[in-house]
Design a protein around this ligand. Structure first.
Ligand SMILES: Nc1ncnc2c1ncn2[C@@H]1O[C@H](COP(=O)(O)OP(=O)(O)O)[C@@H](O)[C@H]1O
Ligand SMILES: [Mg+2]
Length: 258
């Protein structure tokens, strides 16, 4: 018996999603069901639409005046493009981390407390607990517990990236999107993030864009290959990397293009 992914809480269901920037197409009729409690890697050549697909999940492309899309994107049965969708709530539910860590220029605790204070009116002991919990889940607590009021910008780049993950986790998301989160990090800081994703997938739907195929193979259970805005192949990572069904997948993973 196969489980219906669509019925699982935290699943991200993409239905006939197309996207354009002005007249230029960026995504063509994407259909894919992304599993919860699992890391899915989004791979493909530069310009293939990886970031556009990722950013469509929390409607970040809405901010770009020329961007538009058609199709549906369902999260827990609701189309995130419904008029009734509250985009601020959506972005708490679907957290995002970028290539360049972008902590607010305020204290470590101030970064993590920002969301729960603003969105859930948390304060006092409850807020302290949320902050500690998010920092622990982002594997940063032990390194910062004695300097919580230091400016976040005094952290190393790798720590700043984990702080951005903690800031997203403090909003209690069900989905975490990461767009090349380790490409500015050294191997050691990269490994810490990869280990963290491995742990976090027990509770979250994680979608990571990476141009590093070794990283995709290490961290993900499923992989999606995009080429020129088209979904070429989706499947179990170990199978796709050893027995790809599409010749373009084979060409891409063996480095013949991209
Ligand atoms: N803000 C934008 N304005 C215009 N075109 C864009 C914008 N962002 C991306 N594009 C175009 O959309 C396509 C997909 O880009 P992107 O999703 O960033 O690819 P990837 O992340 O795979 O490198 C490319 O042709 C790119 O030039
Ligand atoms: Mg990109």
């Amino acid at each position: 018996m196969t489980t219906d992914i669509r019925a699982l809480p935290g699943a991200v269901i993409v239905e006939r999603l197309s996207a354009w920037f002005g007249a230029t197409p960026a995504l063509h009729n994407i259909d894919v069901a992304i599993r919860p409690r699992s890391v899915t890697a989004l791979i493909g050549p530069s310009g293939s639409g990886k970031s556009t697909l990722l950013r469509s999940i929390n409607r970040l492309n809405d901010a770009l005046p020329t961007a538009r899309c058609t199709g549906r994107l369902l999260l827990d049965g609701e189309n995130v493009y419904d008029d009734a969708m509250d985009v601020s709530t959506l972005r708490q539910q679907v957290g995002m981390v970028f290539q360049r860590s972008n902590p607010f220029p305020r204290s470590i605790v101030g970064n993590v407390a920002y969301g729960p204070r603003l969105n859930r009116g948390q304060s006092g002991r409850a807020l302290d607990d949320t902050v500690e919990d998010a920092l622990r889940r982002a594997a940063l607590w032990d390194e910062v517990k004695d300097r919580l009021y230091d400016n976040a910008l005094t952290l190393s780049v790798g720590q700043q990236q984990r702080l951005c993950i903690a800031r997203a986790l403090a909003n209690r998301p069900s989905v975490l999107l990461l767009d090349e989160p380790t490409s500015a990090l050294d191997p050691q800081a990269t490994q810490r993030i990869e280990e963290l994703l491995y742990d976090l997938q027990q509770e979250l739907t994680i979608i990571i864009v990476t141009h590093n195929l070794h990283q995709a193979a290490r961290v993900s259970r499923r992989t999606i290959l995009l080429v020129d805005g088209v979904l070429v192949e989706e499947g179990a990572t170990d199978r796709m990397f050893t027995r790809p069904s599409d010749s373009r997948t084979e060409a891409f993973i063996t480095g013949r293009f991209g």
